[in-house]
Ligand binder design. Structure first.
Ligand SMILES: NC(=O)c1ccc[n+]([C@@H]2O[C@H](COP(=O)([O-])OP(=O)(O)OC[C@H]3O[C@@H](n4cnc5c(N)ncnc54)[C@H](O)[C@@H]3O)[C@@H](O)[C@H]2O)c1
Length: 254
């Protein structure tokens, strides 16, 4: 339930891929912290369902269909948001896709598609909202990378690891450029989180084997990623930028 005077009270947050999984967990925690929430997802039904759940319990929650790989789609969403809200204070670049294909079998199309969603999407969305954040003098961008970006993916192929590592470089470069405008840019690197992406990509037995290898012997929950994202999106994190945060059951300690 909403906590009156939450740390994100009065803020407007947009979460890409917020219809399900980690994005939904982040949206729930951000809404609990008092922000208005825009759920941007290519899957209209899940976005609407999540927005409905949030709107019933917290501040305003709106669902907008968006394809993060397309500039026109992002621009249209930003225009719609500005009709209803005055700005976008918080952008969570969470939408992502993963394929397990091994290097010799990755088609150029699959490579390109993975880059488009996981890396071009955060680029296009950041480019669309930074001018708004500059104008208001406050901004928080949180990019959802992965343990894959810090080391190598447990499940995903070379394209997945390449995009998640690329997103960390992108995070640092943009953080450096926009810091003087009151905008911070950070990355969160989850390990294995209990979502459809994780469950669709592996068998029950394989999942159990991974869990057994972690110091904390369970999958992470989407809302646990949300807790960290809320902190990074708040005033309290104003001295943190260009950083990457591991949240992975101790599965990767570097
Ligand atoms: N689940 C894990 O174990 C795990 C671990 C590390 C990092 N991550 C990252 O976290 C993020 C979320 O993963 P998840 O497990 O919740 O995945 P998921 O597949 O359950 O959810 C992804 C969401 O993104 C949306 N999406 C996909 N393509 C899109 C596009 N082009 N435009 C807009 N929305 C689009 C989907 O519709 C879906 O709602 C991803 O970036 C993923 O790489 C996941």
């Amino acid at each position: 339930m909403k906590s009156p005077g939450g740390v994100l009270q009065g803020r407007v947050a947009l979460i890409t891929g917020g219809g399900r999984g980690i994005g939904k967990g982040i949206a729930i925690r951000i809404a609990e912290a008092g922000a208005d929430v825009i759920i941007g997802d290519i899957d209209r039904d899940s976005a609407e369902q999540t927005a409905k759940e949030l709107g019933a319990n917290y501040e305003r929650a709106v669902a907008l269909q968006v394809d993060v790989t397309k500039k026109e789609s992002i621009d249209a969403v930003v225009r719609k948001v500005l009709k209803e809200f005055s700005t976008i204070d918080i952008l969570i670049n969470n939408a992502g896709i993963m394929f397990r294909t091994r290097i010799l079998d990755i088609s150029p199309e699959e490579w390109e598609n993975t880059l488009l969603v996981n890396l071009t999407g955060p680029f296009l969305f950041s480019q669309a909202v930074i001018p708004l954040m500059k104008k208001s003098g406050y901004g928080r961008i949180v990019n959802i990378s992965s343990s894959a970006g810090r080391s190598v993916s447990t499940l995903g192929g070379a394209h997945y690891t390449a995009t998640k590592a690329g997103l960390l470089g992108f995070t640092r470069a943009v953080a450096k450029e926009v810091a003087s405008f009151g905008i911070t840019v950070n990355a969160v690197c989850p390990g294995l989180i209990d979502t459809q992406m994780a469950r669709d990509s592996t068998s029950k037995e394989e999942l159990e084997m991974f869990i057994h290898s972690f110091p904390i012997k369970r999958l992470g929950l989407p809302e646990e990623i949300g807790d960290l994202v809320v902190f990074l999106s708040s005033e309290k994190a104003s001295y943190i930028t260009g950083a990457s945060f591991d949240i992975n059951a101790g599965g990767l300690m570097i």
